[in-house]
Structures are given as structure tokens and as C-alpha cells.
Design a protein around this ligand. Structure first.
Ligand code: SF4
Length: 223
């Protein structure tokens, strides 16, 4: 049924994009406020947070991929971290021509004083019921995937583009997918955005897996 709101409102797609823009702006401002007192940009604080769990370090290209930024921007962000001794660059043991970046003790110490995610965002998401979180996460995955196809953001280490990902192969609606590497079933809520074991599937295989993943509709969203 048509209502007057159909005429006075912008289309819902525009309002969704506007809402996301407002969230992104708030997130950027919040992250800047957390990192700026320490002389870091939001990207630099995210780099340190990523390196925290990588004992063998990461190549700059992988860091750029994980944070969905371009290589020149990563190079620019790394220079001050290396100059300040918050991160260190060493030869990659697997490839003599490549380098790896690791966090230093000074980087750990600085990171301990700043939050890597704005508390407000974590609290806001945690307040959502589990079902809404699961639906939201699936929508975010779809948007990331679409932006990767468009070339808006670099390809990341997602489950849905991994050679080990087997979408919708189990009858259990809670855990319909399978990771062939771990050899275990898992559900939408377990899908990873940045898995260190991810092995990129070919574009055709990734597209086929993505289509199969989307065959199962998300759980009904409570309104
Ligand atoms: S190896 Fe990692 S990215 Fe690949 S399916 Fe398993 S959990 Fe997902």
C-alpha cells in the first residue's frame, strides 16, 4: 500500500547510504581522537593493532590488503612507525626480495594505551540482539564483496573467496558451511574477514562459492 511517505522520503537505498556515511564519519572522528594524542593516524593505530597478533610479521602488501587500503597509502603510513621505532622491517625469510613488518616493544607499549576500536562502536554493536548482529554481518560481507568486485577496496582474506570454503554443504541451518582446512562446519556468524590461513580461490571459483553462499536467505530480521 502506498503512503504519503513514499513521496516525501528519499528512496531507502539513499537513506541506507546516508546512514552508513554518518556512521563512517563518527567512526573516523572517534578513531582520530583516540590515536591523535599519540601522534598516530587512525591507519597507523590499526596497523599496530594488526601486527600485535602476527609474531612473524606481515608483508606491507598483506597489511594493505587486510586494511583495504592501497599500497602507496600503506607505504606512507609505515614510514613514521618505522622512524619512531614502533615497528621494524626485516627480510622475509620466505623471499629474500621481500620485507616483513613487525611490531616492536615500543609499539606494544604504545598500543596498550590506546583502544584499537572505539568503545562506542563496540558497545553499540554488542547491544544489538545476536540475530540482528548476524544479519548485519552478512550484509557487511555482501557490501565488502561487491566493493571488491568494483575495485573500490582491495581483495581481503575473506572466507567466501577461500579455496577451503564449502558454502551450504551441511543440513544444519546454524552451521551450513564447511572449512576444509579446519575440517569443521561453521555458520554465517563464524565467517572471517581476515583469516591468516586464507588461500585465494580463482575468480571463477570465488564467484561460484559466493553465489552458493547467497542461496540460503538470511534469518528473518525482526522489525
Ligand atoms: S581457511 Fe580461513 S578463510 Fe579459508 S574457509 Fe577456513 S576459516 Fe575461512
Amino acid at each position: 500500500m502506498e503512503t504519503p511517505f513514499d513521496k516525501i522520503n528519499d528512496p531507502i537505498g539513499i537513506r541506507v547510504a546516508a546512514g552508513l556515511s554518518r556512521l563512517a564519519l563518527a567512526l573516523k572522528t572517534n578513531t582520530q581522537q583516540g590515536a591523535a594524542p599519540h601522534g598516530l593516524s587512525p591507519t597507523q593505530s590499526q596497523i599496530l593493532a594488526l601486527l600485535r597478533n602476527q609474531v612473524e610479521g606481515m608483508r606491507p602488501s598483506l597489511l594493505a590488503q587486510s586494511l583495504a587500503i592501497k599500497a602507496p597509502a600503506m607505504t606512507e603510513a609505515l614510514q613514521p612507525l618505522l622512524a619512531r621505532g614502533l615497528a621494524v622491517q626485516t627480510p622475509d625469510p620466505e623471499d629474500g626480495r621481500a620485507k616483513r613488518i613487525s611490531i616492536t616493544d615500543a609499539g606494544f607499549a604504545l598500543l596498550a594505551t590506546i583502544a584499537d576500536w572505539p568503545d562506542a562502536l563496540l558497545e553499540t554493536v554488542a547491544d544489538l540482539p545476536p540475530l540482528e548482529q548476524a544479519v548485519f554481518y552478512r550484509v557487511i560481507l555482501k557490501m565488502i564483496r561487491q566493493m571488491q568486485i568494483q575495485g573500490t577496496i582491495p581483495v581481503g582474506r575473506l572466507c567466501v573467496t577461500c579455496t577451503h570454503f564449502r558454502p551450504n554443504v551441511h543440513a544444519d541451518a546454524e552451521t551450513p558451511h564447511h572449512c576444509a582446512l579446519v575440517d569443521a562446519p561453521f555458520g554465517d556468524r563464524h565467517l572471517r574477514l581476515d583469516c591468516p590461513e586464507q588461500s585465494p580461490a580463482s575468480p571463477d571459483a570465488a564467484e561460484a562459492a559466493w553465489r552458493r553462499f547467497l542461496e540460503t536467505p538470511p534469518p528473518a530480521f525482526p522489525v
